[in-house]
Design a protein around this ligand. Structure first.
Ligand code: C2E
Ligand code: MG
Ligand code: MG
Length: 438
């Protein structure tokens, strides 16, 4: 393999060799294919001998050479121990088998030393396979995908193409944990920074807003993501001061964008703990006045899973915020257990679908209807819909097809420091026209 920054011709030249021609490379690839090198070793596991025969013929016709078969989980486990006749990289696994079934087989595999990939293949229907995939979420096995029996050639090929030879794992640095004292130091020394992630109109591609996401610039550990300290801040009474700081920064920022002619909104994540504070709504109003930000340009994102509470304070604050014309967004919609209840009781203006219902939705028979349903629900309730976590052009195109209003995600832009926004915007404006054509 060539290193990327060195010209292969000059690299080889120092050894008195010449660079390969395209024909040489094509021949090398052909010999690689016919020897099976670079291909995954595949193990087919199914208790139905007819299925085993059919699938292994299909794989051979597709050009795969390193195929083994097993008619039971026990036989597969034995074969894996001996790794004969081939090294196994991918297991195509049936779920419903007598004795040790597919679920138990995969659990045993996870406890053992197998570190290859798995494709689920079953006649049990999409919902069952989805649940089995969820069961394996935290495991060390990589699930390439799930297929209905009998697998269609193209779909099987697409999953096998996702297989990548394993790379040696780099030992991870232990993750630091923080105390309330650390947070108080962070607060008093102003170690917080805001990054902004763009939100764009799915129909026109126009930039419509930025979500402010807090990070902790730790003097020793560098940039610490919010998931590592927000819950702690909520639990130890440090969240109110943090929210206050984030609101001030974000409102100053949106006022400054507006003055510069960038007519966009800013979104701020507000913790449930802050909504429990009496007079929170009034405080937010004062902050907006101070920074000259229009409430219409500020959206408060609330994560619904923590909204339920016996005290009426959160609802009072929310309704007062809305009466002041701040936007209210139900964040991570679809997670937690009471999303419809919140939607019923709180005057939200925006519904932000959690990324778990967005990523890969096009080809997922379970989450796609949920995404479509959530967007339809937002429309019927007169709310704007936002999809978060858009990572691929496929995710983006589906949102256009189903009429989602706004999108956010790495496909569009990652969270960035405010100084990076002009460069991102220039790049987006040259990319967007091709994404909103036709
Ligand atoms: P959130 O409000 O749902 O924010 C979206 C998170 O998803 C962000 O993580 C963002 O960086 C990440 N993300 C965005 N696009 C993609 C994508 O395409 N793929 C993937 N895999 N991830 C994407 P981040 O910045 O780490 O924030 C995590 C959570 O921390 C936020 O989730 C929010 O609930 C909370 N948070 C962030 N800032 C604040 C804050 O100022 N106050 C409070 N209370 N919570 C905050
Ligand atoms: Mg958010
Ligand atoms: Mg979210």
């Amino acid at each position: 393999m060539w290193s990327t920054d060195i010209d292969p011709a000059s690299e080889l030249g120092q050894f008195g060799l010449t660079a390969p021609t395209p024909l040489d490379l094509e021949l090398a690839l052909e010999s690689e294919r016919s020897s099976g090198r670079g291909q995954p070793g595949i193990l087919l596991l199914d208790d139905d001998p007819f299925m085993l025969g059919m699938q292994s013929r299909m794989l051979r016709n597709m050009g795969y050479l390193k195929i083994s078969t097993a008619g039971s989980a026990e036989a597969a486990l034995m074969l894996l121990q001996q790794q004969v006749p081939h090294h196994v990289d991918v297991i195509v696994c049936d779920l419903n088998m007598p004795g040790v079934d597919g679920i138990e087989f995969l659990q045993r595999l996870n406890r053992g030393s197998f570190r290859g990939n798995v494709i689920l293949l079953s006649g049990e229907g999409a919902r069952i396979m989805h649940t089995v995939q969820k069961l394996l979420d935290g495991s060390r096995l990589v699930i390439l995908g799930a297929l209905e029996k009998p697998a269609e050639r193209g779909a099987l090929r697409a999953l096998l193409d996702c297989w990548q030879p394993p790379v040696p794992t780099v030992p991870q640095r232990p993750v630091a944990t923080y105390t309330r004292e650390d947070l108080h130091v962070a607060q008093s020394e102003r170690q917080w920074v805001l990054h902004y992630q763009p939100k764009v109109d799915v129909c026109s591609g126009a930039l419509t807003g930025m979500e402010a996401l807090v990070r902790w610039m730790h003097p020793q550990h560098g940039l610490v993501p919010p998931d590592r300290f927000i819950a702690l801040a909520e639990g130890c009474g440090a969240i109110d001061a943090l929210t206050d700081w984030v609101l001030q920064q974000a409102m100053n920022q949106v006022a400054s964008w507006q003055r510069d002619g960038l007519k966009i909104q800013v979104a701020v994540n507000v913790s449930m703990e802050s909504l429990r504070t009496p007079h929170f709504a009034r405080r937010v109003g004062e902050l907006a006045q101070h920074s000259c930000a229009a409430p219409q340009d500020v959206i408060l994102e609330i994560t619904e899973s923590r909204l339920m509470s016996s005290s009426p304070a959160p609802l009072e604050n929310l309704v007062r915020l809305r009466m002041q014309r701040f936007g209210l967004s139900i964040d991570d919609f679809g997670t937690g257990h009471s999303s419809l209840t919140q939607l019923r009781d709180v005057p939200f203006t925006e519904l932000k679908v959690d990324r778990g219902f967005v990523q890969g939705a096009r080809n997922n028979q379970i989450i796609r209807p949920m995404l479509e349903g959530s967007i339809g629900l937002a429309k019927r309730l007169g709310m704007k819909s936002v999809a978060e976590g858009v990572e691929t052009v496929d995710d983006w195109r589906l949102l256009r097809e189903i009429g989602c209003d706004f999108a956010q995600g790495w496909f569009i832009g990652r969270p960035m420091a405010s100084e990076q926004i002009p460069a991102w915007l220039e790049q987006w404006q040259s990319r967007a026209p091709s994404l909103v054509d036709a």
